[in-house]
Design a protein around this ligand. Sequence first.
Ligand code: SF4
Ligand code: SF4
Length: 334
Amino acid sequence: MNMEAHNYTSLKEQVWNTLLCSGCSLCATVCPMKTIYFSDEMPVSYNLCKNEKDNVPCGACYSSCPRIDTYKDKYGLGPVLNAYTARSTIPIEKQQSGGAVTAILYNALERKLIDRVVTVGQDHTTMQTYSIALSTPQEMITHAGSKYIWYTPSLLALRDLIEAGITRKIAIIGTPCVMQALRKMMESDNAVLNRFKDHVALLIGVFCTEIFSYDRAMQLFKDASVHPADVKRIDIKKDMLLELYNGDTVTIPLPRDLMRRGCAHCLDFTAVDSDISAGSIGSYEGFTTLITRNRTGEYYLNSAIENGYLETSTLETLDKVETFAQRKYKRNKK
Ligand code: SF4
Ligand code: SF4
């Protein structure tokens, strides 16, 4: 298929209007005209597309969208080079599971193996999340802790970095759909994407069952008389369990429509397209499960071990991770 002949109108027809969109935000990130933006958690266009108006070859958005063709083949454990259970040796105040992702990227920034980390930040008063680029090991510590509960267009900081032209090697943390999009971009032969491809050094994917709409979740908080600033910790099980700073716990039943609609089509729990996948499932409390997918992933992980920032042992079985992966596949397979 000639991807460059397609523009956002094809995406709109095939992905936006059908509610297939995962919200990975790569279409908005790679558009050279910045004509794609997000409104009410969905991509929309300002209609400034040069391909549509003047026939200038592009198709950047279409070439990298994971919901065109490829997502149906992404599920299960994916390629596994090695599996570990790991924890950071660095004290991390808001540590999630073992803090292993923070330790790997702390080391990579300190050793200058990478220049920036694109991840998700969070406003602690409103719990609103946003795309952010971190440049120092200390910033990794400050922004540690998984925020992949609410939807946010998490790749927009990547666009700003590329436009600023000051970075050479960027690591990106993201959900499996974000990893799929970035891998598709890296493997695309669309020349418009080269200015991004050349700078992506490391992809770290987080295990993901689904992601929730921030606005709808905040309405549930309001209905339960909970202010987001009072929430210390959120645990998602059958219900949403909130642990408050005053010691109280609040249970909020999870309505089905809280999940972002595009997640209902997603089969990928483990982030099969990452260099390293990470999550708490499969390890004891206080540890992170890490799956290295390739030599790139092993290189960054081993560097953190060699420099004393990460403790690992081999994970004997990925059965539990596989169970979660199968559960998601069965739930969402159409
Ligand atoms: S899945 Fe990602 S690339 Fe595709 S339309 Fe949605 S936000 Fe854009
Ligand atoms: S379930 Fe997770 S990986 Fe899948 S589309 Fe939703 S956010 Fe993306």
